[in-house]
Design a protein around this ligand. Structure first.
Ligand code: ATP
Ligand code: MG
Length: 242
């Protein structure tokens, strides 16, 4: 694989059995993402965005086709190999938060790094700092049920950032937030992209957020409808001028 490519999706298809019928939710989707870039995935509700993200992050297996993250065949690894890669390279912000109900906000954020044997104090400082950045300094000891939807989403974001992933998948990261908090989260995402070179793949219904990304992939009924790459078109424009 080209060394600048971090993620390669080839002929990805996902079908579900629905009664006696087969429902095709993703239909032969292919694309590659360059390392360090940001990409938005847009499209109507039900077009397959969350399904696609889950397959890319190895949370689910495709019916056919493949996903490679760098050299790793995400779509065919067993759970043990996958969890190692997820824990070291992948950050995921879920549309439905997925916080652990028996842990506080602080503990939820600490989980990914604690699993890797980093000293407790170091992880705690890092987690507190991130919770402050997402505006939850005064909520660190709250349990998920004691947090609002937007607050839970922000805990989920802090958790996804803590292990400095190579690639961050975010499913509507600003979907449940007011515009001011949403803007803060957006800054955090793009800071991570610029400062750590984290590749961002963001599912969003927010056109402005999508426009900030280097690339926009548009889905419709499980297919790739369009693929607009700003960095490529600017290179082409420069070449036209030369
Ligand atoms: N486990 C499942 N079994 C059957 N159908 C499913 C399953 N998961 C998803 N689907 C169907 O696949 C389609 C795509 O779902 P997906 O969650 O990927 O959509 P989406 O683009 O993320 O939509 P939204 O913008 O509403 O989040 C939907 O029609 C959904 O009903
Ligand atoms: Mg979705």
């Amino acid at each position: 694989m080209d060394k600048n490519i971090i993620l390669r999706v080839s002929d990805l298809t996902k079908t579900f059995k629905s009664g006696s019928k087969m429902l095709t939710v993703l239909d032969n989707v292919s694309f590659s993402i360059e390392q360090g870039t940001s990409c938005a995935i847009i499209g109507p509700s039900g077009s397959g965005k969350t399904t696609l993200l889950g397959l890319c992050a190895g949370l689910d297996k495709p019916t056919s086709g493949s996903v490679f993250l760098k050299e790793s065949p995400i779509s065919s690894l067993d759970e043990r190999e996958l969890s190692k890669i997820r824990n070291e390279q992948i950050g995921f912000v879920f549309q439905s938060f997925q916080l652990i109900p028996t842990l506080t906000a602080l503990e939820n954020v600490m989980v990914p790094v604690e699993l890797r044997g980093v000293p407790y104090n170091k992880v705690e400082t890092l987690a507190l700092d991130l919770l402050e950045q997402v505006g939850l300094k005064d909520r660190v000891h709250h349990y998920p049920t004691q947090l609002s939807g937007g607050e839970q989403q922000r805990v989920g974001l802090a958790r996804a950032f803590i292990h400095k992933p190579d690639i961050l998948f975010a499913d509507e990261p600003t979907g449940n937030l007011d515009s001011e908090t949403g803007a803060q989260i957006e800054e955090l995402l793009f800071d991570l992209n610029k400062q750590q070179g984290t590749t961002l793949i963001i599912v969003t219904h927010d056109r402005e957020l999508a426009e900030r990304c280097d690339r926009i992939i548009e889905m419709k009924s499980g297919e790739l409808l369009s693929d607009t790459n700003k960095t490529e078109s600017s290179v082409n424009a420069e070449m036209d001028l030369a």
